[in-house]
Write a protein that binds this ligand. Sequence first.
Ligand code: HEM
Length: 190
Amino acid sequence: MAKFFGNLWAVVGVGTILALGLLFGHMGGLGNAKGWMTFLHVLVGIMWIGHLYYFNFTQIPTMPKIPAELKPAVSKYIAPEALFWFRWGAAFTVLTGLLVAWLSNYLVEALTLQDGVRSIGIGMWLALIMAFNVWFIIWPNQKKALGIVEADADTKAKAATTAMMFSRTNTLLSIPMLLCMVMHNLGGAF
Ligand code: HEM
């Protein structure tokens, strides 16, 4: 048992098989494209926002309390790995989210904030701004701050502050963004 649970990909594989069993056994299989695409969307969305909250609620507040000689464990090993799942989670959330909107026949209407799909459109724009921040501000600055690319001490410190501020901005935006995502189907569409 410990061997099975020690293997992340075996665990993820079994979870996937159970989900596929339910999907094909009881939920119409691949016929309900909007359904399973939304499922994939929420799954990768959790990967993204889960890591955003890990950075903001756990890593950033704890770093100052870690003794200097132990900090490299976070900056050299944990943070680069977390940033991998974080930024690719963001990319796939955007892709699947846009596909869900397209399958719902309101992609352009939502992005232009038209009546009835304005709420989901606002959520989509907030998430698009967040994804832009991830790929074009947080990740390039984190690469400098963590020493993945060469930078002097001053540039590193500035890059760390910029990454932190935009990461906090995304935490702020994630709250109304998620409200728009969830409420669109639950009586909150406007
Ligand atoms: C640019 C990025 C995103 C786009 C384009 C997008 C788009 C969409 C669309 C079109 C829907 C379907 C609404 C409907 O039922 O008609 C949706 C639902 C949803 N999205 Fe997103 N989204 C994005 C980011 C996120 C993120 C970061 C999360 C965080 C986990 C998220 C979580 C959800 C949830 C929970 C639902 C509701 C599923 C349901 O109850 O049917 N989305 N999104």
